[in-house]
Design a protein around this ligand. Structure first.
Ligand SMILES: Cc1cc2nc3c(=O)[nH]c(=O)nc-3n(C[C@H](O)[C@H](O)[C@H](O)COP(=O)(O)OP(=O)(O)OC[C@H]3O[C@@H](n4cnc5c(N)ncnc54)[C@H](O)[C@@H]3O)c2cc1C
Length: 503
């Protein structure tokens, strides 16, 4: 194990957090706020904090170039409250429909081929004709438990295999496939069910009335109610309802910016790139490239929340299994935000006078042959982000099944997205939209494919041999914004416990 004991340090802290994405920012904040660790440093290679959370404005429009929203959780609400940004929080109307675009092939007719997914069960099911009657029957029988048993371990079922076994091919193709594209930009044949959708995977066998997902969900609801009773939310935290999506008035970057403000300039170093990490007695020496030349930080405990390719390179001397993090694939994804005049939209389901868009957005099953993965109807979700007369759309394109996006020019990507928006939402003679932002993420979201949990198990074993060092982020405990906030809360408590035990 590399050791540079005795080397001079430019800064000495108790806790060092590398990476200021949601995982790192929340770790640093909860260390200070809830663990009372004030001797800490948050470092970031970019000139700004936030990682892949990037909110932009030109003074008229507000848009996102990374994630667009989060599913509220108690931990997010707690963090928002403790950061003092409750007034900035915006929660979208939970009743706004989520659409799947589907043409023909046995599905019923819907205006603009946009099928709203059922939100109020069972009522909405009567009007839900995205699935054929045999498709619905197959899903219903499977959901109540008439399914084949899972393949014996160590075989890992893919998302496609698990869902088709439970709910049938049609539900997979029309509902789950676009959902997987929307969340992971992933390939459901490669993603491992037990790793990528572990909460749903766990439902099989959790219930008292057979292996079906309905029985598992009933038991899960009971568990959740018990957990809520045992850990009630503080009444001071903002409240939310199931099905809502959250953001902030000026976009998601409000949260990491508020963390940087709470930590203060002395505890946050941007444009600092971690290049090496070594042991220093019972602590660590971290070397950074900075605008003022190389700097060395001595810390008693360190967490590295950088993406897998970085952690794999910088940490594998100390934690050999970290080398395998480089095997975790993150596909390219582009996010494109375009604005369109309200009068350019065709008639869409639920439209109201002056409001052509009423919904969360639409997902695009791969079999529909539309290249974009899905589009968030931003101005419907979060009003107040456009000047009068405009609507705002955020489209994601690329992913594991469309790696070619990485070889396209930005102009080509924007043209493709605009063409897809026209096909689905706009009148034939509508002009091209106004481009606000196009960002190509070369390595967007880590894919929890088959073998992912083996990589993490090996990492856990090697990491345990280096007390005080914690590796993590969205490849370890979930990719969703809320998973990363939870990671921050939990990691802060692990680091503080280590500091206490080592004192
Ligand atoms: C295009 C896109 C859309 C998404 N949409 C959603 C969504 O709508 N809802 C949702 O819940 N989730 C979404 N996600 C997922 C979610 O946003 C991410 O999983 C989450 O933000 C990751 O946070 P993180 O802190 O773990 O990682 P990151 O944000 O990647 O943070 C890691 C940080 O480490 C820094 N770093 C790298 N190398 C070094 C180094 N050598 N030294 C110092 N710092 C370094 C990076 O610059 C970065 O700031 C989306 C992700 C992408 C890319």
């Amino acid at each position: 194990m590399a050791s540079t004991a005795g080397k001079a340090a430019d800064i000495e802290v108790d806790a060092l957090v590398v990476g200021s994405g949601i995982s790192g920012s929340c770790t640093a904040f909860h260390l200070l706020r809830n663990q009372k660790v004030s001797s800490l440093l948050l470092t970031e290679t970019n000139p700004v904090v936030g990682g892949n959370v990037i909110s932009k404005t030109d003074g008229e429009f507000i848009w996102e170039e990374g994630p667009n929203s989060f599913q509220p959780t108690a931990t997010i609400m707690r963090t928002v409250y403790e950061l003092g940004i409750s007034d900035e929080l915006v929660l979208a109307d939970a009743s706004l429909p989520r659409f799947v675009y589907w043409e023909g092939r046995g599905a019923g007719q819907k205006l603009a081929n946009l099928h709203a997914l059922p939100t109020n069960l069972p009522g909405d099911l009567f009007d839900f004709n995205l699935l054929t009657i045999p498709g619905k029957l197959r899903a219903a029988f499977g959901a109540v438990g008439f399914i084949a048993p899972p393949p014996p371990p160590p075989y890992e079922e893919s998302i496609r295999e698990f869902v088709t076994r439970h709910l049938g091919e049609e539900t997979f193709e029309r509902v789950i496939d676009p959902f997987v594209s929307g969340v992971y930009a992933g390939d459901p044949d490669q993603l491992a069910m037990r790793a990528a959708l572990k909460k749903i995977h766990r439902l099989e066998g959790l219930g008292d009335f057979g292996p079906g997902l309905v029985s598992g969900a009933v038991s899960r609801f009971k568990e959740l109610a018990k957990e809520k009773k045992e850990n009630p939310s503080d009444p001071a935290w903002p409240t939310f309802r199931g099905g809502q999506l959250g953001s902030f008035k000026k976009g998601l970057q409000t949260l990491p910016n508020a963390v940087a403000k709470a930590l203060g300039p002395d505890r946050v170093k941007t444009s600092w790139t971690l290049t090496a990490l070594s042991r220093d007695g019972s602590g660590f020496l971290a070397t950074f490239d900075t605008p003022d030349g190389p700097k060395v930080v001595r810390a008693k405990t360190v967490t590295v929340t950088a993406p897998t390719r970085v952690t794999s390179k910088v940490c594998s001397d100390l934690v050999p299994a970290a080398a395998d993090l480089a095997r975790i694939y993150s596909p390219p994804v582009a996010s494109v935000t375009m604005a369109y005049r309200k009068e350019w939209f065709k008639e869409l389901p639920g439209a109201q006078p002056g409001k052509p868009l009423v919904g969360f957005g639409h997902l695009l099953p791969r079999s529909m042959g539309v290249r974009s993965l899905g589009t968030i109807w931003t101005s419907s979700l979060f009003p107040g982000r456009t000047p009068e007369g405009w609507e705002l759309l955020l489209t994601y394109i690329g992913g594991s099944r469309d790696k070619g996006i990485a070889d396209m020019t930005e102009e080509e990507i924007v043209k493709q997205v605009d063409a897809d928006n026209h096909k689905i939402l706009l009148k034939d003679d509508a002009p091209m939209g106004k481009l606000l932002g196009c960002r190509v993420w070369r390595t967007a979201i880590p894919q929890y494919c088959r073998g992912h949990l083996d990589i993490l198990d090996a990492l856990e074993k090697d990491e345990a041999k280096v007390p005080g060092l914690f590796l993590g982020g969205n490849y370890r405990t979930g990719v969703a914004f809320g998973d990363c906030v939870q990671y921050g809360l939990d990691e802060a408590s692990r680091m503080a416990a280590y500091l206490k035990s080592a004192a």
